[in-house]
Design a protein around this ligand. Structure first.
Ligand code: ADP
Ligand code: ASP
Ligand code: MG
Length: 452
């Protein structure tokens, strides 16, 4: 059994849903099809939530009407038979009456916001299921809210999915196509919750891990993981193979094509992940599994919104106790540290969640001096095979960065990651400079790569 996930742009137009039906039925194996909300819907729902929070009723009504018009037009193109269309219109009517009622609750809290934002995936899957029914396909829609669960630390409970979904799949053993929602889940209080922005990829991987799928396929609007961010860098190309470790680093450090945690469950259960382009299904895409090519430098990714914290030991403390105390503070506030660099009396770290920074700083000041934090920093992460016997990688990276101020460098933490911290304003220049030096400078001369 395979798990195929289709993202927002892949379901965002009626004709795309038509193509997805062709894709999932062309291949005969049993599949779980995970869908995101139609592109733009999640942003639109969140924006309604903002209007509801601030009590701007007119603005809210305008936003609801605008999205409603979009869905009214969508079903008319998606469904062609009178029964099919009536079914689709009923789904839209029911969903929008829920949207109307949830956004009218005051005060509008996080609980309501999560219920509201879940409607995107609930609508896309019901409409797709209605379309499959109209077309006479044998499929079933299974509600993710009955088998996707997060714990009190917002961590998915894989064993719950394994058990609950396992049973549901047995009950519907006659169905070749199983449709479900990405992104949404329940929390330990039984409320509707989600796996954070872009979370449908994570759903697909969690399901794939839970059922020990043959393969997880993430279908999106680009032909695989590129060697650099195609939104910012002029020349990029798809990478055919990546190891789980390499892909996990790229996703964690900002390659938007994958939710940061996507690779974890797949790796845990050894399920290969394939990235495919819905608009160009014949393109190879990227296969993420246990092996990859020998190429030294594979790809570059960037993670924004980073805060750098500079900590200096005060003399009163023995040097050997210092790092432990520093990290205990971050642990206490459940704040992950991404990069670390140290000198004899100082340690610099970066965090991407500044929520508890004030409390963390106050505790650190009890035994250390702090410099002013640097906000809006970007971690640039270079991923590849940098085992100790490989020479010259760091030199190439530094050559590329010769005109860009570097705040921190981390090399040697793992064999497949070099990280550099720069001010966010230098991100585009840094990514382009690294791209030229690491992927085109020598290879162009040797003729190894011809970028598409
Ligand atoms: P979906 O809606 O299908 O989940 P996303 O927009 O979340 O799609 O992810 C696909 C987008 O990720 C691409 O259109 C591309 O602009 C962006 N992206 C950023 N970095 C990379 C990368 N290294 N490789 C491929 N795509 C990337
Ligand atoms: N619809 C959600 C989002 O836009 C989840 C996803 O698309 O993966 O973030
Ligand atoms: Mg996405």
């Amino acid at each position: 059994m395979q798990v195929w996930k289709f993202g927002g742009t892949s379901v965002g137009k009626p004709e795309r849903m038509h193509s997805i039906r062709n894709l999932i039925t062309a291949d005969s194996g049993r599949k779980i099809v995970v869908l995101s909300a139609l592109s733009g819907t999640t942003n639109s729902l969140l924006s309604m939530g903002e209007s509801a929070k601030s009590g701007n009723e007119e603005e809210l009504a305008g936003k609801i009407a605008e999205l409603r018009a979009h869905y009214d037009a969508f079903v008319k193109e998606l469904l062609v038979s009178p029964e099919g269309l009536a079914n689709g219109q009923q789904i839209v009517e029911k969903e929008f009456s829920f949207i109307q009622s949830v956004t009218s609750i005051r005060p509008f809290t996080l609980k309501q916001e999560k219920e509201l934002v879940a409607q995107g995936e609930l609508m896309s899957t019901q409409l797709f299921q209605a379309y499959l029914e109209e077309q006479g396909e044998s499929s079933v829609l299974l509600p993710a809210l009955e088998f996707m669960l997060i714990d009190a630390d917002n961590e998915p409970v894989l064993s719950h999915t394994e058990e609950a979904l396992g049973q549901m799949l047995l009950q519907h053993a006659d169905k070749q196509l199983v449709i479900t929602q990405g992104f949404i889940c329940r929390n330990p209080r039984g409320e509707v919750d989600n796996l954070k922005r872009g979370g449908s990829d994570y759903t697909a991987s969690l399901i794939g891990g839970a059922i020990r799928a043959e393969e997880i396929q993430i279908w999106t609007d680009i032909d695989g993981m590129h060697n650099n961010d195609p939104r910012i860098v002029r020349k990029t190309f798809p990478i055919r193979e990546l190891t789980f470790e390499e892909a996990a680093e790229l996703a964690y450090f900002g390659a938007k094509i994958l939710h940061p945690s996507t690779i974890t469950p797949a790796k845990l259960r050894g399920v290969p992940v394939r990235l495919k382009n819905t608009m160009e299904p014949e393109a190879f895409g990227t296969l993420i599994a246990t092996k990859s090519s020998d190429r030294e430098i594979k790809a570059i990714a960037a993670k924004d919104g980073i805060t750098a914290v500079y900590i200096h030991s005060t003399r009163m403390l023995n040097a050997y106790g210092f790092l432990r105390r520093v990290f205990e503070v971050f642990e206490k506030y459940k704040t992950p540290v991404d990069m670390i660099t140290t000198s004899e009396i100082s340690v610099s770290v970066t965090i991407d969640n500044p929520e508890n920074l004030e409390a963390i700083s106050a505790e650190l000041r009890q035994f250390a001096d702090l410099e002013d934090h640097d906000y809006n920093q970007t971690i640039i992460c270079i991923v590849g095979n940098f085992s100790a016997d490989k020479e010259g990688v760091a030199l190439k990276v530094l050559e590329a960065m010769k005109n860009i101020p570097i705040r921190m460098i981390s090399y040697g933490g793992s064999e497949h990651n070099i990280s550099i911290l720069v001010d966010g304003k230098f991100k585009a220049d840094a990514l382009n400079a690294l791209n030229e030096r690491l992927f085109y400078y020598e290879d162009a001369m040797k003729g190894i790569f011809t970028a598409p």
